[in-house]
Design a protein around this ligand. Structure first.
Ligand SMILES: [Ca+2]
Ligand SMILES: [Ca+2]
Length: 230
């Protein structure tokens, strides 16, 4: 190969590498969620409310299988209420715990009773993710627990600043064969204690919650408890 041909090939390779890695090194453009009821970044230690994922849209703050919110505005018709219309135009699928008769989320098959009118991320599928800008007030090792439902079990993982910190986490099934109502298998709540330990630096951090396997899970909140200071 002559010198100029060799140089051209190298230049092409460099171009292809950078063109294919456009996002490499770019800063995260998502912002903490805010609306009339929620303002200010979510803080750790404490509860990370899963439905309060960042603003920024598909491909930035979340990835969802489709652009429709299957909960807000669909299962929960747009009727002017805050809960039914919460983040209605976003792809992440959101609903809230309903205490009604016949029982929905206030059912006798819950392992742990949820609070009423709590927003949650539902209609989850493998490959989906949501990001959270959080303010960590104390550096340290945190124990994670999660309020959830999983009608077949499933797997999630959690990244901090885009580094996987948990590997695959097994989410136990909350299926109860005695429940005569099939759709209520999506509403058996449980709290999974101590499913991971993660080390967090003080200050602003970006947490990503990935649905890795099975999906069909509902995510209420992830509790971050300080286990040990650094
Ligand atoms: Ca969707
Ligand atoms: Ca979804």
């Amino acid at each position: 190969m002559n010198k100029s041909l060799c140089f051209s090939s190298m230049a092409l390779l460099v171009f292809v590498f950078f063109a294919g890695n456009r996002s490499y090194g770019q800063p995260y453009m998502g912002k903490p969620f805010a609306d009339s009821l929620h303002h200010g970044v979510q803080t750790i230690p404490g509860k990370l409310q899963c439905a309060l994922y960042d603003l920024g849209g598909e491909g930035v703050a979340y990835h969802d299988s489709d652009g429709i919110n299957q909960g807000s505005g669909k299962l929960n018709p747009a009727d002017g209420t805050y809960l039914n219309e919460f983040r209605l135009k976003e792809g992440v699928d959101i609903s809230y715990t309903k205490f009604r008769e016949p029982a929905i989320d206030n059912n006798a098959y819950n392992l742990v009773m949820p609070l009423k009118d709590e927003l949650y991320v539902g209609w989850t599928a493998p490959g989906e993710w949501v990001k959270y800008t959080v303010l960590v007030k104390e550096a340290g090792t945190y124990t994670l627990g999660m309020m959830y439902t999983a009608n077949q079990g499933g797997k999630i993982s959690i990244s901090i600043n885009d580094m996987d910190k948990t590997g695959l986490v097994n989410i136990p099934s909350t299926y109860v064969k005695d429940d005569p109502i099939q759709w209520r298998q999506w509403h058996h709540w449980n709290y999974l204690k101590d499913f991971a330990k993660v080390k967090l630096d003080k200050g602003i951090q970006i947490i990503t919650l990935y649905t890795k396997e099975t999906g069909q899970m509902n995510y209420g909140y992830i509790n971050f408890t300080l286990a040990r200071m650094n």
